[in-house]
Ligand binder design. Sequence first.
Ligand code: HEM
Ligand code: HEM
Length: 175
Amino acid sequence: MSDRNRYSSVSTINHWVTALLVVVMLALGFAAAAAPSETVENYVLGVHISLGFFVLIFIIWRVLFRIYEGFPRNVGKTALERWAAYAAHRLILILLTIQVITGPMYLFTENECMNVFGWFSLCLPLESLSMIHEPMEWLHLNIGLYVLPVLLVLHFIGAIRHYATNSPQETPADM
Ligand code: HEM
Ligand code: HEM
């Protein structure tokens, strides 16, 4: 952990761009899961995959930047609160990394490409790894539909508590 008490301005921008992108990715994922027909599901997933290309790049950049910069000290009135923030922040980044790997791997292992809004396609011929196709799908769906949403709701509650119980001078991040 770094000895800084504040998040840098790059971190703050990274945080809010990721928050926006991930909420849109979740909304598209949920919309695909609830689609009334296969045509609609495929269309929504096409948008999910296209945007996913940019989300993949941004999440990799964001995680590498966090590793480079380190985490500032977590705030919280009790040791439990600090531990919960410590664990949740790392877990969110780990799960996002898994999502942006399992999504493309799900496609590549069945010989499909990532078509980005019809502008270009990203293909990796990984059909020889077809035995990991289903585990990739299982991870992607369960993290995306259940684990990540629950964690983000807890994160949101934690952030509200953080804003509600800290005076502006005590707040380490202008997030
Ligand atoms: C409206 C919603 C959100 C609010 C109010 C919020 C607020 C915050 C705050 C205050 C912190 C700093 C905590 C501290 O000082 O110890 C933080 C950190 C963090 N948040 Fe959020 N957040 C929101 C949404 C999200 C979303 C959607 C994601 C993930 C997609 C996310 C991921 C993270 C991560 C990974 C950290 C750790 C530091 C970092 O690497 O940026 N947050 N958030
Ligand atoms: C933070 C990033 C991501 C989140 C939160 C997320 C979330 C989700 C969710 C909730 C679903 C379930 C949809 C359903 O049940 O039909 C899903 C499906 C899917 N996602 Fe993502 N996803 C992310 C990134 C990506 C990326 C980068 C790709 C790139 C290709 C991708 C490709 C797919 C595919 C192909 C499916 C359909 C899987 C199937 O048909 O079984 N996702 N995603």
